[in-house]
Design a protein around this ligand. Structure first.
Ligand code: PZK
Length: 286
């Protein structure tokens, strides 16, 4: 891409600058599990995530403006407005899983939210909670309480981000549940535009930024299957891999089954045939 200069790499995404005001976010087909990027790609995974994210941006633009400017015809690249990103991750949890469950088990609270006693792993919370985290450059994001988050972005900005993140989650989780998918939790990232307006950035409500669970297999008291990555996890567990890099190559049946799950999530949530998206990515934002 001669017109773009590389500015950052994520585990499975790349970020380029198009000009002083615009970035290009490119989602690869790489997949990570147990925090390790595997050597085998899942064909079209980056297109599924790009299309899903654009779908949610289009559907939530009346709640909060977002950074989406255009989808590229390749279906995996998003032109977006360059923002001044807030130095926190805005995580919303509707269910008690991952680091939220760990913190609750250890302390009875998550990010300062004292929760009822006796909750079990993956249980639905009485109401969704805002659990901000710091952005670790390497290693794991760290959950922080609201005082710490307010110190990083200011109390008023934090309250605004919390209110909007909760509204976005309520909207997306209700839509997903109507289509058989539990959105257990999600990580949102906001930035400020040149006028100081809060803008939703990054990716939104994708299986890489959220926990997707099949609603028909949900049961609290354990770890529900992942809608998208369960074949990969089961295969990796079957090998007795120690979960340190490098990860294992995936066999064709695991790749094909996983690709089918990503496409299924896309089609259920957007109501758009994935082949139609490949033909013209703008179908998800129209
Ligand atoms: C921005 N990241 C995360 C890192 C990636 C993505 N609209 C924006 N304006 C300014 N900065 C960012 C965004 C967005 N989105 C996002 N880092 C900065 C990131 C590495 C690779 F693909």
């Amino acid at each position: 891409m001669p017109e773009a200069t590389h500015v950052a790499s994520g585990k499975v995404r790349e970020l380029y600058a198009l000009d002083p005001d615009r970035l290009l976010l490119v989602a690869s087909d790489r997949i990570s599990t147990f925090d390790v990027v595997l050597p085998t790609e899942i064909p079209d995974k980056g297109r599924v995530l790009t299309g899903l994210s654009a779908f949610w941006f289009a559907r939530t633009s009346s709640v909060v403006p977002n950074h989406l400017l255009a989808l590229r015809p390749d279906g995996r690249s998003t032109e977006c407005r360059r923002l001044e990103m807030l130095p926190i991750e805005c995580v919303i949890r509707g269910y008690l899983s991952g680091s939220g469950w760990k913190d609750y088990r250890a302390t009875g609270a998550v990010c300062g939210h004292r929760l009822p006693e006796g909750l079990i792993e993956s249980q639905r919370l009485p109401e969704p909670i805002f659990t901000p985290a710091t952005k670790a450059q390497t290693g794991h994001d760290e959950n922080i309480d609201r005082e710490t988050a307010a110190g990083l972005v200011g109390a008023d900005r934090l309250a605004q981000a919390e209110r909007i993140a909760l509204a976005l989650y309520a909207h997306a989780a209700a839509h997903a549940l109507e289509h058989g998918i539990i959105l257990a939790d999600t990580k949102l990232e906001f930035g400020l535009d040149e006028e100081g307006t809060l803008v939703l950035g990054d990716e939104a409500f994708t299986p890489d930024s959220s926990r997707f669970w099949p609603a028909d297999e949900y049961a609290p008291g354990g770890t529900p299957p992942s809608f998208d990555k369960q074949f990969v996890r089961d295969y990796c567990e079957s090998l007795g891999w120690d979960k340190t890099a490098p990860g294992p190559e995936l066999p064709d049946d695991v790749v094909e089954g996983t690709r089918a799950r990503y496409v299924e999530a896309f089609e259920r949530l957007t109501g758009v045939a994935f082949d139609d998206y490949l033909e013209n990515p703008d179908v998800v934002v129209g």
